[in-house]
Write a protein that binds this ligand. Structure first.
Ligand code: PLP
Length: 421
């Protein structure tokens, strides 16, 4: 058999180039991470050849004896890790996990209530041209205009006004913890299901560094590839298997998907195993510490006087939201400038952003990937200073100097040492 390099040198060059890019830059996109070698191995394995429609022990295809073991392990490890009675590990992605939740708990036309996209919600929580916005009757709550935090009185008022079938707790760009107990009591008051999408903070939950939504939510959805640091994919949990298990299973398959990606399912099992360990917990601790160091440096007087500030004044998760409304840089310029310095972040709308979504007035900066790379407080202080100085000096930044500082960090923390793409 021909190797990839022989058969398809153009794609082989992309893989090589991407490995070099990941090694040579600082990855600070809040939703990204570096998977361990064991996850890469499981995902790039012969399990990709197998069809396995159905669930372990009740498949619609023969020859599933090995993949049944993998899925069984993924399920039992997920339920144990998060203290749930039920898990479904087949969703191909976070968006498909969310589609299955809506499919299971609501009918087209039913009212759903989630955090608005413009204030940090996700596309699948009711964005107008996403399936969630097209199929369901969407109402949204926003963050408080002054504090930029989710205010549970506002959520309650929105719920009483709109009487949704489902209330969604969860976010893609928000730097604080949610009050799950308050969400539960509002859901009970209006007779709604409570669905929490913990895609962003699942790793922190697994490490016990963030309140768990599992005990109070009816259904929890998540991705595996953000703080949790596993393969690109999704999964579902429920506290009450009897009440929600069958509904969710049939919403995933055959409701939303055909054959599961068994290589990804096996890789999820590996990721859940790792997430139960002490090394993982330490990584999540450094993730939080890094985000706090970054928030503090970006709140220093020299940065503030350049019109740069931190939304909500800090963070208690793995990311910081930078407000550039008063800066000379817009979100796009800031993202490009940091990219030139070798730091990858994404521009992000701030609540009530005066600029269009392609430009924005903010940045979302996350620490999970660098914590995985081995960074601790000392390295995060250096990264925070590079970012703060760059945003402060804006177009007058000494980019080659920043790039040199980034290179020193990347060289001291080699990524995937010894492997080739
Ligand atoms: N849910 C939340 C809260 C997210 O932030 C994301 C991804 O950004 C998703 C779901 C969707 O995950 P995926 O990109 O795997 O579809």
């Amino acid at each position: 058999d021909q190797s990839l390099a022989d058969l398809d040198p153009e794609i082989a060059a992309v893989l090589d180039g991407e490995l070099d890019r990941q090694r040579g830059t600082l990855e600070m996109i809040a939703s990204e991470n570096f998977v361990p070698l064991a996850v890469l191995q499981a995902q790039g394995s012969v399990l990709t050849n197998k069809y396995a429609e159905g669930y372990p022990g009740r498949r619609y295809y023969g020859g599933c004896e090995q993949v049944d073991v993998a899925e069984g392990l993924a399920i039992s490890r997920a339920t144990e890790l998060f203290g749930a009675e039920y898990a479904n590990v087949q969703p191909h992605s976070g968006a498909q996990a969310n589609a299955a939740v809506l499919h299971a708990l609501a009918d087209p036309g039913d009212k759903i209530l989630g955090l608005s996209l413009a204030h940090g919600g996700h596309l699948t929580h009711g964005m107008k041209i996403n399936f969630s916005g097209k199929l369901y009757d969407v109402a949204a709550y926003g963050v408080d205009p002054e504090t930029h935090r989710v205010d549970m009185d506002m959520v309650r008022r929105a719920a009483l006004e709109t009487r949704p079938k489902i209330i969604i707790a969860g976010w893609s760009a928000y730097p604080r913890q949610l009050d799950f107990d308050a969400f539960r009591s509002i859901a009970d008051e209006v007779g709604a299901y409570l669905w929490t999408d913990m895609a962003h903070f699942a790793g922190l939950v697994a490490a016990g560094l963030h309140p768990s939504p599992v005990p109070v939510s009816d259904v929890v959805s998540s991705t595996v590839h953000k703080t949790l640091g596993g393969p690109r994919s999704g999964f579902l949990l429920a506290r009450d298997a009897e009440r929600f298990g069958k509904k969710l299973d049939s919403a995933v398959f055959p409701g939303q998907q055909g054959g599961p990606l068994m290589h990804a399912v096996a890789a999820k099992a590996v990721a859940f195993k790792l997430a139960a360990g002490a090394e993982f917990a330490d990584r999540q601790r450094r993730t939080l510490e890094g985000a706090q160091i970054l928030a503090e440096r970006l709140s220093a007087p020299d940065v503030r006087s350049a019109g740069v500030s931190v939304l909500t004044g800090g963070t208690d998760v793995h990311l910081v939201l930078v407000d550039l409304r008063e800066s000379t840089l817009d979100g796009k310029q800031a993202e490009d400038l940091l990219h030139e310095a070798g730091i990858t972040v994404n521009r992000n709308a701030v609540p009530n952003d005066p600029r269009p979504p392609r430009v924005t007035s903010g940045l979302r900066i996350g620490t999970p990937a660098l914590a995985t790379r081995g960074f601790g407080a000392e390295e995060f202080e250096e990264v925070a200073d590079i970012i703060a100085t760059t945003l402060r000096d804006a177009l007058a930044t000494d980019v080659p100097w920043m790039r040199a500082r980034v290179e020193r960090l990347t060289e001291n923390f080699p990524l995937y040492p010894g492997i080739t793409a």
